[in-house]
Design a protein around this ligand. Structure first.
Ligand code: F0G
Length: 418
């Protein structure tokens, strides 16, 4: 039987109970399955012949009625073999799982297709989230598709324009708070506890994270049922690293892969409570009051899923690292120019992290590495306009363009023939 359970005290709750933390001890919840039942279901299912997508893994998902699924065709993103970038960095084999290819341009769609479907199953009419941008864009889209009201709380002036535009066009009620993401999250949590008709879809809701496990499943399937040696991903509120680890361990438990990857989380230097805890060898984080980074998606000082993330890193023998804003921007450009992949700054932190860990000898050159790039570059064009060389401007005359491009005058035809 599918149910919810507390990650600390193990207290069990029904699958349809609406709660966001353990009533007994206050800790995080997770969705639990009977894997023998799941295995039987998988044996009878044609899942392996379905195209790559979140719903190829329907038998792994805590959803009861297929007809209620709210989908925009999420998942099935490219696992790009990045040899040119690998050569630049000095590693042998590098893949980039490019989550910007999802319907609203980020990995959040994997969680929202499941989370909003759960909201529909529970007959909720209003959904809410706090967001640094991508979660709000994604929730607004899936709420629109499902015909639900959507409320989003965002830190005023601190989310990339593309993401704000998305939430606006999908018709969410947008509340900008004069505060940061951590404060916004506290407020939506309080609101949804107090007004039970509002369903919270931040990653503290364990159902949302269930959809994000599909990121791990897809990587294994794209590597022909093999796990990579290491997965490197940006960490903000820490839901994704926890969800991916759960996904890998489940594939392992079900005998679909025979090893597990080292989970490696990257945080921006000014917003790195988890990476700092890992570096100190501590199992507790010290929240950061005023997190700061140009990678606004991961500008988070008190990650709600920190405990699950530290567990994932520990169990997988992975690690965590911090990168500076400069390193993030350099990595963003490097990935775009060597591989044609344009990702937002938070996403580029996975590449920056790989570079740093490899250069300091913490990653072996033989490791098969998958870097997850979590959101599309077009969500935050402002940063590129600010830091890039401006385009050239000339009169609309051939001679000016040739001069600018340094093209020599062509040899006259009479001289060539004569
Ligand atoms: N990358 C991007 C592009 C993100 O938008 C986020 C989180 C992360 C990485 C970190 O993922 O929180 O699961 O550790 N964005 C959230 C939001 C907080 O509101 O869009 P995480």
């Amino acid at each position: 039987m599918i149910h919810q359970a507390c990650i600390a005290c193990g207290e069990k709750y029904g699958a349809d109970e609406i709660l966001y933390s353990c009533r007994r001890c206050g800790d995080l919840l997770e969705v639990k399955y009977d894997y023998d039942v799941m295995e039987e279901k998988l044996k009878k299912s044609d899942w392996q012949s379905l195209p790559l997508s979140v719903w190829r893994y329907k038998d792994f998902m805590p959803i009861k009625v297929s007809s209620k699924i709210v989908s925009l065709n999420e998942g099935g993103t490219g696992l790009h073999s990045c040899q040119r970038l690998a050569n630049l960095l000095g590693v042998k084999q590098l893949y980039v799982k490019n989550e910007g290819e999802n319907p609203t341009g980020s990995f959040k769609d994997r969680g929202m297709t499941v989370g909003v479907t759960k909201a529909v199953e529970l007959n909720m009419e209003t959904v809410i989230c706090a967001s640094t941008g991508n979660t709000s864009a994604s929730l607004a889209a899936y709420a629109a598709k499902a015909g639900l009201q959507c409320i989003v709380l965002i830190p005023s002036g601190k989310i990339a324009y593309g993401k704000l535009a998305q939430a606006m066009v999908y018709g969410a009620k947008i509340v900008q708070i004069r505060g940061n993401f951590d404060q916004a999250l506290k407020m939506v949590l309080e609101l949804s506890e107090k007004h039970r008709e509002i369903y919270l879809l931040n990653s503290i809701n364990p159902y949302r994270l269930e959809g994000q496990r599909s990121l791990a499943y897809e990587i294994c399937d794209q590597l022909n049922r093999e796990a990579p040696d290491r997965v490197i991903l940006p960490v903000g509120n820490a839901g994704n690293i926890s969800a991916m680890w759960k996904g890998f361990t489940e594939f392992h438990k079900l005998g679909l892969i025979n090893k597990l990857p080292k989970m490696t989380g990257i945080q921006a230097e000014g917003a790195a409570p988890i990476a700092q805890a890992i570096k100190k060898g501590s199992n507790e984080i010290v929240p950061i009051d005023q997190p700061e980074t140009i990678a606004t998606a991961i500008r988070i000082g008190a990650p709600v899923s920190w405990k699950k993330a530290i567990r994932a890193i520990g169990e997988s023998k992975g690690t965590a690292e911090t990168v500076t804003d400069e390193e993030i921007l350099e990595a963003q450009k490097m990935l775009a120019r060597s591989e044609g992949l344009f990702v937002e700054p938070a996403s580029a932190s996975s590449i920056a992290g790989l570079k740093k860990l490899f250069e300091s000898g913490k990653i072996d050159e033989d490791e098969v590495v998958v870097c997850v790039t979590t959101g599309h570059g077009l969500k935050d064009p402002d940063i590129i306009m600010k830091i890039s060389e401006k385009p050239f401007e000339v009169d609309a005359e051939m001679v000016s363009i040739e001069k600018l491009l340094g093209l020599t005058l062509p040899i006259p035809a009479t001289m060539v023939s004569g």
